[in-house]
Design a protein around this ligand. Sequence first.
Ligand code: ADP
Ligand code: MG
Length: 385
Amino acid sequence: PLFERQSTTSRNNNNNNNNNSRVLVFVRLRPMMNREKEAGCRTCIRILNRRDVYLTDFASDNDYLRLNRFRGRHFTFDASFPESASQLDVYSTTTADLVEAVLQGRNGSVFCYGATGAGKTYTMLGTVENPGVMVLAIKDLFTKIRQRSYDGNHVVHLSYLEVYNETVRDLLSPGRPLVLREDKQGIMAAGLSQYRAYSTDEVMALLLQGNKNRTTEPTRANETSSRSHAILQVMIEYRTRDASMNVINRVGKLSLIDLAGSERALATDQRTLRSVEGANINRSLLALSSCINALVEGKKHIPYRNSKLTQLLKDSLGGACNTVMIANISPSNLSFGETQNTLHWADRAKEIRNKVYETNEELVQDSESDADQAKLLLEVQKENR
Ligand code: ADP
Ligand code: MG
């Protein structure tokens, strides 16, 4: 099998072993900004219905009706969000199911990609008034945990990191660059800080602070670099007992990723790919597109090792993982080329199939301390009463 990554410690065999899931791909169109309207930008995108998108280089409604029915390009995705879609619409359709899967002890990841200014950070982080997927996912997680707290103890930890220029940095505890290490669980950023999360408000504050620590483009002092990737990792640990009263540790990992601007790296064909390779482009993003290509083509070797980003995402892409991609696009005709590229990649990502067949459950071995055992047993007995 190509994409399997079997955990040797896992003892859970009652899952469906043929649970072969496709990467879900969504598109979100952002509204036209006032300054774009003032500059006379026209729209080159129509969201035709809940799933279909039409890209055209003819812009006025008249042109669209008269000429473009047979021109331009038509795409279909798992869902296509018009500019009027709310943050909650986007969260519930794209990510809510994934949060549920992570609570069951699976891994999941959500990527936002697209050109700079297309709405990735808005979708992922959002604002205090309109929190995005990262915050809504954690809020939902807390709600779900509260609802099921009768069957064990959940602990939620957060890490927030950045990959910029092939350097990995901790966004919650800025300092020296982090080194990637591989252990039997996968690839880890050594020394990455973990925060225990208790409430949504606190998480939003933490993430906003973290976002301030993202690398800024040297030329534009206040602007976050379009070449920085931000990754929020949410680890949910859960301890319970199985039918024969064995202690079970369950760990689910949710990765939420605000990718760098795709404008210079996601080339649509080999010719452009070569021509951008010489330029100063984002190696991690290029490596990500190579991995996607290799996964789509069913290659045996997936080149995860080519960049920091793909190393970090190894277990979130093509592995035992539920993956969601959100392609962010701008309506403006000035972004036509970038939008076309983004839609091309989104279309291609639909072909990736991840094998999701197992939870990260682990039977706690005898090394478990007696005091711990006794405490848990008491809890379980209390719950069973
Ligand atoms: P990116 O992270 O892709 O570079 P941003 O998320 O920063 O883009 O979005 C660019 C601008 O557009 C920001 O001012 C952001 O607030 C705004 N924006 C993006 N998407 C939306 C949306 N769905 N609704 C309202 N404003 C949006
Ligand atoms: Mg951004």
